[in-house]
Design a protein around this ligand. Sequence first.
Ligand SMILES: *[C@@H]1O[C@H](CO)[C@@H](O)[C@H](O)[C@H]1NC(C)=O
Ligand SMILES: *[C@@H]1O[C@H](CO)[C@@H](O)[C@H](O)[C@H]1NC(C)=O
Ligand SMILES: *[C@@H]1O[C@H](CO)[C@@H](O)[C@H](O)[C@H]1NC(C)=O
Ligand SMILES: *[C@@H]1O[C@H](CO)[C@@H](O)[C@H](O)[C@H]1NC(C)=O
Ligand SMILES: *[C@@H]1O[C@H](CO)[C@@H](O)[C@H](O)[C@H]1NC(C)=O
Length: 954
Amino acid sequence: MAKAMGLSKILAAGVGILTVSSVCGLVMMAVVYKIQIDKFPPVSPPPPIRPTVIPTDPPSSFRLPDNVIPESYKVFIQPYLYSAITNNYTNQSFAFTGNSTVRVKCMTNSKTIFLHAQDLNVTTVEVRQSDTNEKLTVNRYKIHQNESNFFEIQLEDIMSGNGTYYDIFTTFEGELFDGLEGFYVSRYTENVKAKEEEEEEEEDEYKERLLATSLLQPTNARKVFPCFDEPALKAVFQITVLHRPGTVAISNELGDPKTTEIDGEEWFETIFEETPIMSTYSLAFTVSEFESKMMSSVTKIHIHARREAFSVDRADYALEVTAKILDHYQITFGSKYPLRKIDQIALPDISVGATENWGLISYPESGLLYDKSTGSTFDQERVATLIAHGLANQWFGNLVTMRWWNDLWLNGGLTTYMSYIGVEAVGWNFRDLFVLRETQTAFQVDSLNSSHPLSSQENDIQTFSEITGLFDAITYSKGAAVLRMLAKFMTEEAFMKGIKNYLAKFEYQNTEYKDLLDCLQEETKEDVEGFMSTWIEQVGYPVITIITQTGETTQEHFLLKQKQGHDIAWQVHIRHMTDRESEKKPVTLKVKGPVKLPSFQLQDRDEWLLANIDCTGYFRVNYDEENWNNLRIQLERNHHIIPIINRGQLIDDAFNIARAHRLNITIALSLTKYLVNETEYIPWDSALKNLDHLVLMFDRSEVYGPITKYLRKLITRLYEHFEEYTINRTVPEKHTDQYNQVNAISVACSNGLAICTEMARSLFEKNKNETNKFRMHPNLKKEIYCSVIANGDEDDWEFAWEEYQKATDAAEKDKLRYALSCTKEIWLLNRYLQYTLEPSKIRKMDMVSTINYIAKNVAGQPLAWDFVRGHWSYITQEYGAGVVSLGSLLDAVTKRFSTEVELQELKQLQSEQEEKKQGIAARALEQAIERTEANIMWVKENKQMVKDWFVGEL
Ligand SMILES: *[C@@H]1O[C@H](CO)[C@@H](O)[C@H](O)[C@H]1NC(C)=O
Ligand SMILES: *[C@@H]1O[C@H](CO)[C@@H](O)[C@H](O)[C@H]1NC(C)=O
Ligand SMILES: *[C@@H]1O[C@H](CO)[C@@H](O)[C@H](O)[C@H]1NC(C)=O
Ligand SMILES: *[C@@H]1O[C@H](CO)[C@@H](O)[C@H](O)[C@H]1NC(C)=O
Ligand SMILES: *[C@@H]1O[C@H](CO)[C@@H](O)[C@H](O)[C@H]1NC(C)=O
């Protein structure tokens, strides 16, 4: 087609010349024409071929048009960065250049091509037809300077639309930013003396090192090279990275480095194998002088990290669990891991928990490296959990990808659900913690008006901030919780079979959530779509209210701020028990009600009903007061009759239902009394989370005194239960007991239980004394340091600060960073806040969590809020518009908000944002305002009652 077009253009030009130059010629032509007519009598002309209108306007939405579809890319990237500057004559450079050839299939006749590019300087654009290599004339190209990030190429010639292939070649230049997204640069220091062991007396010398790495999810691939940056536009990628000698480049596939010369300089050229067909957001590249450790099985497993990490075998645990989980997943999913290698890299700076890239997953150091001597059980579990998550993403996300971001929950929910299966395979018996970690977390966010459904309409999710706004607890935790409910509904066995079908059927493709449901449907007689559509498409979740005297049951949309909920019903599947029967036949409720359900009607006044066994259903349950009372009496008499998860869930439900004004708060408070006899982690942790909220609401008022007294009384037994371990510097065997030991110390010390604070001081002093090499157990370090610093002076703070600076293990640093926020000294807290602006003191990625810690401290709260407001433009600049943690920052610094003044301050920030047309963290801001309004109302109504209850218990 391009060829034909070229010819007709020449012809047209010729005709033009003819008409102006000679009348004589025209006469000639008329004569010839006459002769021709005589020779060939005219036949009626063929129907005119209507010229198809070829659109050249930009698409009306931010989505790419479907006139061309990418098939494969060949990309060269050359970062000029040096990882280390070894002499004074070299200039560091933060630029990269590159070129890319993308082969596209043209589906409709077109004169324009739209792809994505952002913050790039595109220097060449060439379009050729692939078969003939014939070049098409490019009229102009430009990057749209709006949120579409369209990179538009206007052709003079028409691309032919019947599946013809074209190659789009671009050359471009970009900058390695400091911003933790796109292709970015990260700094760390390395002790260079350690390399030369012979030289004895030399001082430690720390040298700055740099590395380049990428975070392309969700829409940052366009910042590295012009591309079709949408998840469904999958293609094959062949990446080549040109990098400085002495560095190693890694990417999604295996690479082969060799030296080459460019402009008289030596370079390394690492050519990576072709990837499978994949989405742009899962691409990754890293250039560093990191070292690595390998474990070779069928899949080559590499852990990459700073050199120091390997001196103490910090990567060993990651290697071990990766191999095991990878094997376990391949069997469980019935699907082979398709790449020949998996690289995992521990980055000193990263803004997310872990990336999901195919074949190259990056983590913060504390998420991948585990130091046996300083790491706590929690640190170890985090490594296992994150790896289980990252590896599950290789299937759910990379092999099978959601069609568009509106179904991100497919990716997030499935991986979160599967990660529990993964960690279980490496010895963490953690399924029971699912409710604590996922369901209860999702319940919190999902009870706000500003929540969103699991799956939205494609059109509602278009801009960068709309997309990044979906990376939240709804997508990950609610997604997983709803899948857990479904698995219980259709049996886990059938669920996993359906998952296998799904992976097999859609590998290398994109899906919508209905595709998943269809695969699951094949394995069960239950109506999967009928059951699930209410949970996936509707926002929020219900509270089921059961009146046990009559069996009358109602469901209502549960919202914390008692505004009328949406008038919607869910399909609710209720497993339940009574004190007479341990599990009765489940009941299904499809209407709002009220309906009379005989199985919920109790015969005796002292009998109780417990609905939602193990909290497998994603809903809360409220009862008549008498039933609540009977449940409480059962807990006090013999709590073992009630399943552990429900002991926690009863408390969580009661407190939250009370927060929503649907239950008297004293009923919720009474449920905590039995805890003096409780030693299990799940009920305790559920209770502490909720009591914590009460503390946040009242720790600036006179109610706080009675609350701490009650907490001291409540915790004493649990503290004593673990005291022998604490003193012996050992820990209980069960993981959950270890966590509960830490909870006990945390609550006891922070509420001023003398035996606890004294124990903390004494362990701290012994630990400080370098001559007797005393080591406190790593599990306890965080809380013990916190207690000492909270009750201590400047010297204690300085001591911890020095330890923080000396620590080389990220997990160890994290513990100290937390403890430093515990001081009650305003000036120390202010100093600490200032440090968060200096990346040499507090790493960029730790800024948000450090401010969060400070805000959690009642003395630090107002300081943190002023600080965040005062530095809002700096923080938003440093963290870009989309970084998830900005939401968490806002969330944390405003958690305690419960006064009119605070509400006004929030609203002011919101209107300032709107004036500047910044959508930054808009949803988080909205949520904070809503929560504050709810808190104000709640405190007003409940303060006196809460105070009276606590005073009465003393
Ligand atoms: C490089 O500069 C540093 C400080 O400016 C100096 O101490 C050092 O001697 C210089 N090294 C060389 C090789 O010139
Ligand atoms: C792309 O860049 C690489 C590295 O600079 C170079 O070797 C290659 O020839 C370039 N490709 C084209 C088509 O110019
Ligand atoms: C604790 O357990 C004992 C013995 O089972 C019981 O008598 C007591 O009432 C329980 N205390 C509370 C507050 O539940
Ligand atoms: C604590 O140490 C003492 C004495 O060594 C020992 O008898 C006791 O069993 C230990 N307790 C625990 C819980 O480890
Ligand atoms: C440090 O430990 C040594 C030996 O146990 C002891 O003699 C010394 O008094 C301790 N110093 C402090 C400050 O506790």
